[in-house]
Design a protein around this ligand. Structure first.
Ligand SMILES: Cc1ncc(COP(=O)(O)O)c(C=O)c1O
Length: 346
């Protein structure tokens, strides 16, 4: 592992497939998933559905596509009008997927304020739901909550949102891009966190380390509709067993995320000792650490860290984001802290 890779904390999407994954890809049995006969994709979908406790699952190229398919499939059979969509104001769906939802889904995301732990403000959500609509409504929840320093929400929190949504006849979609991190941090099976929701997208290409892919998990009916919509979007893949094989290896690696959480905790503890550093402290931390430096914008802070070989993302909330993954260790975290201390010294 090069120093550049060890000190690149921009995202856990930057994990690269290791030897075991590449070997699984090389040996993968494949068919043509457009014809429904790729055995490795079928196995992945079965295992993901079992992991999330749903009837069925659909392999998609990205989490973004799974999050687009979910509300459209929830609204009704392919071709029914777009649903009303309520999303957390700080969620990935609100700030990085809204253009696609609008353009390709005909959906206008309506933001709801999020609490510091990432949960939507239930009073505001209730008011939005009570305003009513003649269209099916989909509420989205993100777990972990990326902009809230990767806070893990427990099943009770998800259930509170689900009960509110269901009271108004709405569907709850869970963007579980990092649900695996939440499950490991809370010490519960992913199915327990997914249970209150009506559909879940689950990513294998973040900390779990697969090169691409997400699973949209839900009822057989939703998944059949999503499958048709995926074709319309050009997301049907042929010999996708090659990448599904890597995703199967990723599903075996959930327990390994605990090491990332430990490294992130060590990183947070040391960053907090740097004079002028302010950390966002989520109640249930996972693999994301957010820090800002007094007197510096997020961009300035990221640029100064980059000058010391450490790469982070500058976020719109004024913080820079460190995302810890399998390429990182405590030594790299210490180098990052030294870089931050040097950045403040100038
Ligand atoms: C919370 C969250 N949801 C969805 C996505 C989208 O996943 P993908 O990059 O696979 O489209 C991301 C990507 O980082 C994410 O962080």
């Amino acid at each position: 592992m090069s120093r550049t890779e060890r000190l690149d904390f921009r995202s856990d999407t930057r994990t690269v497939p290791d030897a075991r994954m590449r070997e699984a890809m090389a040996r993968a049995r494949v068919g043509d998933d457009v014809y429904g006969d790729d055995p490795t994709v079928a196995l992945l979908q079965e295992r993901a559905a079992a992991l999330l406790g749903t009837e069925a699952a659909l392999f998609t190229p990205t989490g973004t596509m799974a999050n687009l398919l979910a509300p459209l499939a929830a609204a009704g059979p392919a071709g029914t009008p777009a649903p009303r969509l309520i999303v957390g104001a700080d969620s990935h769906m609100a700030f990085l997927e809204a253009d696609g939802l609008r353009r390709f889904g005909g959906v206008e995301p309506e933001p709801v304020r999020q609490r510091p732990d990432g949960l939507p403000d239930l009073g505001e959500l209730a008011a939005l739901l009570a305003a009513g609509t003649d269209r099916p409504t989909v509420v989205c929840l993100e777990n972990t909550s990326m902009m809230h320093a990767g806070n893990a929400l427990d099943a009770a929190a998800t259930r509170a949102v689900a009960e509110l949504a269901h009271r108004h006849g709405a569907h709850l979609h869970l963007d579980g891009a990092r649900l695996a991190n939440a499950a490991v941090a809370l010490g519960v099976p992913p199915a327990e966190l997914a249970e209150p929701a009506d559909s879940v997208s689950f990513s294998v290409s973040k900390g779990l380390g697969a090169p691409v892919g997400s699973l949209l998990c839900g009822t057989r009916e939703q998944v059949a509709r999503a499958r048709e919509l995926r074709t319309w979007l050009g997301g049907s893949m042929h010999q996708s067993g090659v990448v599904a094989a890597a995703a199967l290896v990723a599903l075996d690696r959930l327990p390994e995320l605990a090491a990332d959480h430990e490294t992130a905790a060590a990183l947070a503890a040391e960053l907090a000792t740097v004079p002028g550093a302010q950390l966002l402290r989520p109640p249930r931390p996972t693999n994301i650490v957010m820090v800002r430096l007094a007197g510096l914008t997020a961009r300035e802070c990221a640029a100064r860290l980059a000058a010391h070989g450490v790469r982070v993302l500058a976020l719109p909330n004024g913080y820079v984001r460190f995302v810890v993954h399998r390429a990182h260790d405590v030594d790299g975290a210490r180098d990052a802290v030294r870089a931050l201390a040097a950045a403040t010294a100038r």
